[in-house]
Design a protein around this ligand. Structure first.
Ligand code: PMP
Length: 390
C-alpha cells in the first residue's frame, strides 16, 4: 500500500476554483465578480546593469522596506524618526501575515487571537498554522442592518484576555467593504489600550477605500501616534497590480528603539528557517515607483481613477437594482468601499443560480468584486441579480 493512500483531498480554495470555472465557461456574457498591473519601472530595472541576481539580505531590499514603511506610517512618523521600527520584506501580503503570526506565536508567545467576522478566509488558517491555539471570532458585521456592529465588537474586545492578538484590516475591508469610522477606530484603540490587547493590521488594499493611500492609513497612523505597539502586514498585489511578484512588507512598531535589534534578529531567524531570503524583482518595482516623485504621482493618479470608477459602478449597480424593484435595500453597495461588496444573497439558491444559469461568478457568501463590473456588463449583472432574488 502507498504511504500516500490515506491522504484526503482538501476542499478547493473558493476564489481560485471560481476563476477556473470562469476560464472554462464559454458563455459570451460571462462575468467574473470573484477576483480583482508598471511597465516603465520594469523596463528600467531590466536594463540596469547594476542590478544583479545576487541574494538580497534576509530582511530584504532596504530601499523597498523603507519606502513601503513610509507609505503606511507616513514620512513624518515619529516612530520612524526615533528608530522604533523593524521592517522585513515578505512574500506578499499572505507571507507578511504568516510571518507576523509566526512572530507573535513563536517569539511573543501569544496563543489567543480575535478575528472580527467575517474576515479574509485565509486569516483563520494562517493563524492556526502559525500555532495559535485559541482562535476566536468576534462580531463585526451585522448582515441584517448591513453595518458594523461597533457596540458588540467593543463588548467582545473588552472581555478578551490581556495580551490577546486582534486582527484588523486597515482599510477597504475584505469581504464587507465597510471600515470603522474615525470615531469607531478611536473607541477600538481605547479598548485595546485598556485591555492591553495586541493589534495586528492587515493592509492589503491601501488606497482602495478613499483613492488616497494617506487617508486609508489613518487608522494605523492613529494607533501608532497613540503609542500602541503593533505589527503591520502590507501587500502590493492589488494597489500596484503586482499579484504574481509576491511583494509585501512586515512592519513592527516598538515603543523603545532598544528592542529593535532583538526583534530584527528573531524575524531574521524566522525568514532564514523558512525561505532564507526574498525575491528581488517586485521589491525593485515598488521601490522605483515610490521613491521617484514622477512615478509616484502617476501611481497615485491611477489609484484615484480606479477608486472613482469603483464608486461609479457601485452607484450604478445600486440604482439599477432599485429601478428594477429588486426586493431588499441596496444603498449599502454605495456606502461600502474598496473592491468588495456583500450582497445579502442565499448561498445555495441565489449565488449558485447566478453562477450556473447566468455565468456570473461570485463567492457563496454573496461577496462580489465591484472591479469586475463595467459599463458593458452592469445591466446584465443587475438584471440577473434581480431575477434570482425575485
Ligand atoms: N489580506 C487580505 C485581507 C486580502 O484580501 C488579501 C488578498 N486577497 C491578502 C491579505 C493577501 O494578498 P497577497 O498575498 O496577494 O498580497
Amino acid at each position: 500500500k502507498s504511504v500516500f493512500a490515506d491522504i484526503k483531498t482538501a476542499p478547493p480554495i473558493e476564489v481560485f476554483h471560481l476563476t477556473k470555472l470562469f476560464m472554462e465557461d464559454k458563455h459570451e456574457k460571462k462575468v467574473n465578480l470573484g477576483i480583482g498591473v508598471v511597465k516603465k519601472c520594469e523596463l528600467e530595472i531590466v536594463k540596469d546593469p547594476k542590478l544583479t541576481h545576487e541574494y538580497l539580505p534576509i530582511l530584504g531590499n532596504a530601499e523597498f522596506t523603507k519606502a513601503a514603511t513610509e507609505l503606511i506610517l507616513g514620512k513624518d512618523c515619529k516612530a520612524i524618526e526615533e528608530n522604533r521600527i523593524v521592517a522585513a520584506q515578505a512574500i506578499s501580503g499572505t507571507g507578511a501575515v504568516r510571518l507576523a503570526a509566526e512572530f507573535m506565536s513563536q517569539i511573543m508567545k501569544r496563543r489567543t487571537c480575535y478575528m472580527p467576522q467575517p474576515t479574509w478566509d485565509n486569516h483563520f488558517s494562517i493563524f492556526k498554522a502559525a500555532g495559535f491555539k485559541h482562535l476566536k471570532h468576534c462580531p463585526y458585521w451585522n448582515a441584517k442592518k448591513q453595518k458594523i456592529d461597533i457596540s458588540k465588537l467593543l463588548a467582545a474586545l473588552s472581555e478578551a484576555p490581556e495580551g490577546a492578538v486582534v486582527v484588523f484590516q486597515a482599510a477597504a475591508h475584505n469581504p464587507t467593504g465597510m471600515d470603522p469610522t474615525k470615531k469607531q477606530w478611536k473607541q477600538i484603540a481605547e479598548v485595546i489600550k485598556q485591555r492591553k490587547l495586541f493589534p495586528f493590521f492587515d493592509v492589503a488594499y491601501q488606497g482602495f477605500a478613499s483613492g488616497d493611500p494617506d487617508r486609508d492609513a489613518w487608522a494605523v497612523r492613529y494607533f501608532v501616534k497613540e503609542g500602541i505597539e503593533t505589527l503591520i502586514a502590507q501587500s502590493f498585489s492589488k494597489s500596484m497590480g503586482l499579484y504574481n511578484e509576491r511583494i509585501g512588507n512586515l512592519v513592527i512598531v516598538l515603543k523603545d528603539p532598544k528592542h529593535a535589534k532583538a526583534v530584527a534578529s528573531q524575524i531574521t531567524n524566522l525568514i532564514r528557517n523558512s525561505y532564507s531570503n526574498p525575491p528581488a524583482f517586485g521589491s525593485r518595482i515598488v521601490a522605483k515607483l515610490l521613491t521617484n516623485e514622477e512615478n509616484k504621482h502617476i501611481w497615485l493618479q491611477h489609484l484615484s481613477e480606479m477608486s472613482d470608477r469603483v464608486k461609479t459602478m457601485r452607484r450604478e449597480l445600486a440604482e439599477r437594482l432599485t429601478e428594477l424593484e429588486t426586493p431588499g435595500t441596496w444603498d449599502h453597495i454605495v456606502k461600502q468601499r474598496g473592491m468588495f461588496s456583500m450582497l445579502a444573497l442565499q448561498p445555495a439558491e441565489q449565488c449558485e443560480k447566478l453562477i450556473r444559469d447566468k455565468h456570473i461568478y461570485l463567492l457563496r457568501s454573496g461577496r462580489i468584486n465591484i472591479c469586475g463590473l463595467n459599463t458593458k456588463n452592469l445591466e446584465y449583472v443587475a438584471e440577473s441579480i434581480s431575477e434570482v432574488i425575485k
